[in-house]
Design a protein around this ligand. Structure first.
Ligand code: PGA
Length: 255
């Protein structure tokens, strides 16, 4: 069985000292615990300092975004090379907040995924429908486009390192998570789509995380669903105690 993955997406929260305090606490708490693969996604400015604090702890780091070029006149952007140099191995790509507020579309997302893979970083690609799309019955059609266009041109072998997160926009930050059945349907569809486009091995090795209003009360039931390979946690990951409880609820699947 695949080791589950647990990601903390801190979004635009925590100063560097706050991130380091959490990182040290986590490092000490986690030291001899077995459990899910754990990844923190802080703001860019905390990546380098956190990498030092977490060295040797087994806790990985993810950037929350990336530019597709290695360097150049792109004020305010951060390249895959810089992310790698900061000691980070994962990059969240196409989060719905970037799609909604910053106009990211399929083409940009695809360029980012290809660039990240070229540098040996691991992309965590977010997909998911809006409430309007769900209510109009087009969830699977939306997921179909997001997968086929966002992942266009990938080698089959990319799926050993690439992760997908199913994050319905209506479930993010709203306190309204999907039901286990809704997660199973969406994850099953995404896996089948990847199998159709990239082959059975790609679909089988792909890890699909669920994200959207995860908390200590619902994490265990979602991770118990075999189609759910991990969880991407936003708001509830900001509080160390709540996030460590979520970690503990994933340990049953990890042993
Ligand atoms: P949430 O965010 O857990 O606060 O809903 C999840 C995410 O956006 O990754």
């Amino acid at each position: 069985m695949k080791q589950p993955v647990l990601v903390a997406n801190w979004k635009m929260n925590k100063t560097v000292p706050e991130a380091l305090e959490y990182g040290r606490r986590l490092r000490d708490w986690i030291s001899d615990r077995k459990g899910p693969e754990l990844i923190l996604a802080p703001s860019y400015i905390s990546l380098g300092p956190l990498a030092e604090v977490l060295a040797g702890s087994g806790v990985g780091l993810a950037a929350q975004n990336v530019h597709w070029e290695d360097k150049g006149p792109f004020t305010g952007e951060v390249s895959p090379l810089q992310i790698l140099d900061a000691g980070c191995r994962y990059v969240i790509i196409g989060h719905s907040e970037r799609r909604q507020h910053f106009g990211e579309g399929y083409e940009q997302i695809n360029r980012k995924v290809l660039a990240v893979l070229r540098h040996g970083l691991r992309p965590l690609v977010c997909v998911g429908e809006t409430l309007q799309e769900r209510e109009s019955g087009s969830t699977l059609k939306v997921l179909d486009s997001q997968i086929s266009r966002g992942l266009e041109g990938l080698a089959d072998s990319a799926f050993d390192s690439l992760l997908v997160a199913y994050e319905p926009v209506w479930a993010i930050g709203t306190g309204r998570a999907v039901t286990v059945e809704q997660a199973a349907e969406a994850h099953g569809f995404i896996r089948e789509k990847v199998e159709t486009l990239f082959g059975e091995k790609a679909g089988k090795s792909l890890r699909i995380l669920y994200g959207g209003s995860i908390n200590r009360g619902n994490a265990a039931s979602l991770i118990a669903e075999p189609q759910v390979d991990g969880l991407l946690v936003g708001g509830a990951s900001l509080d160390f105690q709540e996030f460590s409880d979520i970690f503990l609820s994933l340990t049953a699947r990890s042993s």
